[in-house]
Structure formats: structure tokens, C-alpha cells
Design a protein around this ligand. Sequence first.
Ligand code: SAM
Length: 280
Amino acid sequence: MSGTLYIVATPIGNFGDITERALTVLRNVAIVAVEDTRHSRILFQQFAIDTPMLAYHDFNEDQQVERLLARVDSGEDIALISDAGTPLVSDPGYHLVRQAHKQGLKVVPIPGPSAVIAALCCAGLASDRFTFEGFLPARSASRLATLQALQSESRTMIFYEAPHRIMECLIDLQKCFGDEREITMARELTKTFETILFGTILQLLERVKSDANQQKGEIVLVLAGCQAKRQEVDESSIHTLKILLNELPLKQACALAAQITGQKKNILYAMALELKQQPV
Ligand code: SAM
């Protein structure tokens, strides 16, 4: 009989968040595949786990998938963990799980912490529908292109961001979504300096700019989706907005359209961003 591949979530900062099932599995499997053995040793020491570890990361994935699954096939139980949180969420493991299914092997999740869900549940933004965008591209041109493609996304959007890029990222978010779009920055979740900042993009930008501490640590950004719905803006207002957009910069066109039509400026602004996305 073949064994099981367990995908085990571990804490994103606070060791108190480990689950009982995670501990049982990590103590009882034959081997634990980890991203970085030095990093996971701290977790293992904390919980007196003495199961052997094996490094599994982006650079040795191909060889390790074969090696690990051969062991599962021969009857051993194996666990995969990442440095923090849930494996496969912006972390390695995809090829391992996919190949396990292709070989007909059993895969069992041991759910637990993940920064994406921790941030969403404390963001104060719509959580009924959301999209996880992972890390944005590091280069500004690609980042802007990615964000522009999301301008009319109506679901809440969640991004992971590195602290040294947070200012550039917020500036690009402002360029693509305007000053008024709501956003939450969840930083150092479950840790001593946990900070959850809720406001508009402009407010967050000013806060982060003026406080260097906000540019440190691990960060999740939760961005409100586009609120403009075609039915909220009548056709004649859209027509007016389109004409003005052809002649004037976006902000000016929206301000003038608001005066002419009586529609709210922020609704017209979101509508204008949506219109700019559509082919002419
Ligand atoms: N697998 C992890 C998960 O389930 O959340 C994510 C791993 S990804 C390589 C690391 C990124 O997740 C960080 O750069 C940050 O954006 C986010 N993150 C992880 N832990 C966090 C925490 N305690 N607070 C805020 N963000 C965190």
C-alpha cells in the first residue's frame, strides 16, 4: 500500500497558531520536505519534532518530486511544509502535488495559517468574493501593466508585497486606482508589531511615507474592488463622460462630468477607469 503526502500549514509568525493535527503529522511522517532546513529547525526545536528533513525548493524541485513520490509510493507518509503559512500559497509545492495526483497517490491537506486569509478577515473590505494576486512584478513597468489589467476588477484583490517595494507599489496603485479607492495594509500579522491600516490609497500612502516602520516587515495589501457598475451610471452620463475623456485628462473629465450630470465624482472616476480599459 502506498503512503500519503500531507500538505501542512505552519504559523506565519506566532507559534501559538500551530494546529494539533499539524504537530501529529509532522511528528509521525517518515520525512518532512521543507523549503529551508535552517529555518524549519527553529519550528522543529520549538515543538520537539525530530523527524528528518529534506530540502525542497524551486531549484531542486524536479529531482525531489521524483525522489519524494517514490517514497510515498513505497508506503511511507511524507509531509510538505514551507517557511511559513500554507505551502503552495506563493510557495513551492505545486509540481509535487500535481505529480502525486497523476501517480494516483493520496494527498491530504492539514489546513492552518495563511497570510492571505488572515489579512482578508481583518481588512474590513468585501470578503464574499476576492482574488489572490500573489506578488506583483518587481519592475515598475510590469507592475503597472498588471495593475492596469485589474482596474475594472470588482472583487476584492489581495497582494503580497516586499517591504522595500511598498512605497513604489502604493504609488503605482494610486496611479491605477486613484486616491479614493479603499485599501487595507496588514503588516506583521500575528507578530509583536502587527499593524492593520485601513483607509484610502492616498491616506495609506501618506501614512507609510511618513513612518519608516510601516516600510518594514511582512506585508499584505487588500484592495477594494471596482464599485462602478454600469447600471449605477445612466447612459447619457456615460456618453458625456466619454466625450470629456476624449478631450481632457481623466480627473478633469470626471470633475466636469460630475458637474454636468449630477453623478458622484468617485462613481464617474471608477467608470472612467473602466472605460479606459475597454477597446475603442
Ligand atoms: N505561504 C505563505 C502564506 O500562506 O501566506 C506565504 C509565503 S510568501 C513567500 C511570503 C509573503 O507572505 C510575505 O512577503 C508577505 O507578503 C506574506 N506574509 C507572510 N507572513 C506574513 C505575516 N505574518 N504578516 C503579513 N504578511 C505575511
